[in-house]
Design a protein around this ligand. Sequence first.
Ligand code: GAP
Length: 442
Amino acid sequence: MSEPLDVTPDPALTEKVVNLAKRRGFVFPSAEIYGGFRSTYDYGPLGVLLLRNVKNQWWRSMVQMRDDVVGLDAAILSPPAIWAASGHLTTFSDPMVDCRKCKERWRADQIGETCPNCGSKDLTDARDFQLMFKTNAGPVEDEGSVAYLRPETAQGMFTNFMNVLTTTRKRPPFGIAQVGKSFRNEITPQNFVFRTREFEQMEMEYFVPPDEASTWFDYWVAERFSWYTDLGIPDSMLRLRPHDPDELSHYSAGTTDIEFLFPWGWGELEGVANRTDYDLKAHSAASGERLEYFDQAANERYTPYVIEPAAGATRAMMAFLLAAYDEDEIAGETRTVLRLDWRLAPTQVAVLPLSKKAELEPVAREVLGLLQPHFQCDYDVTQSIGRRYRRQDEVGTPWCVTVDFDTLEDRAVTVRDRDSTEQVRIPIDQLLATLVGRTSAH
Ligand code: GAP
């Protein structure tokens, strides 16, 4: 982990990426035909692929490539008992102030003494605003039917601790990983999908013997930092920031954030926290169930400590887009290119018949069929080949395969590389091996 360089973010970058995301079908404002709905977003045909790739890469590194972490997919709707025990009902709030002049609402800790909207200093006193979404499960709307949409995925891992322990026979140190939606009634959602009320998290709770907690904490901070750099975010756009004692969450004995250099400044991508035995003990006390591990060799029972790397999937997707966005010059023309790692790129290979003429279609479709089981492919016959290359560059497609009239004679195609724009002629029967070879650096 190198010291971050002094990089100055481009303030216009957010707008460029937001425009690209809308124009090319990554992210749409939700309910747009009704004028949109309060900072909610829908992921379009390319966005759903990119977001899925981010989540898959997380799952691959956290679950598939390890033998000490298992997965879980817990319910989003949850009873108040969970959130009473976890401390969220009493402490999961932000301080809110109203501007008496323009009536805007703000998070007191983000604005100081002046309303950012109208400049008035006539603000109400700060009061706590509960961030959890409350609803009712079932037909009767009374106190007995209250349910909450989870504000973090983590609690499902704690409430299922014994289920996972007994069904998998794992022993500390071991982890439970989960990817899924969480909901927070944020007072000021902002910066596109950076802070929204509905978002996706990728969290892992790693249960360890208490005396190993600090070693595992350091291990997970380093591991998670390199996940981002391995997938293409430059070291210079990332930094680690340990929390001051007064900003720690109610459950944490220590948290280090992995921050990304967003166009508006450094912002959290992920927090790695030492949650101690806080959650397991709290749920044990509230439920009456023993949530402990019995170490047979030592003949002792203990409550594991928890090290938690907690990342945002939608926020990470935005960081990957911002880090990948580039403009360069090709043959005197400016091009926009997303330099996404091939594992994240929504389309990995685009198959492009040179012309719409019917005789190219059978061989172009044969090439598509050859590649589709191995890569996410696009097939595009519209517009000139140059414009089609630009369209693929703009959404980060690493390789384009062009089928032309010579292909009918020599059974070879042209493979074009997004970053170098270099083109090479490859026989169709070596195409798959060639493309797989290009991915094998990872
Ligand atoms: N279980 C611990 C936990 O939830 P957190 O720091 O509140 O910790 C973890 O959330 C990650 O989830 C954050 O680093 C961020 O990436 C993402 N996240 C949190 N609130 C979000 C929001 N309103 N919109 C988008 N992502 C959010």
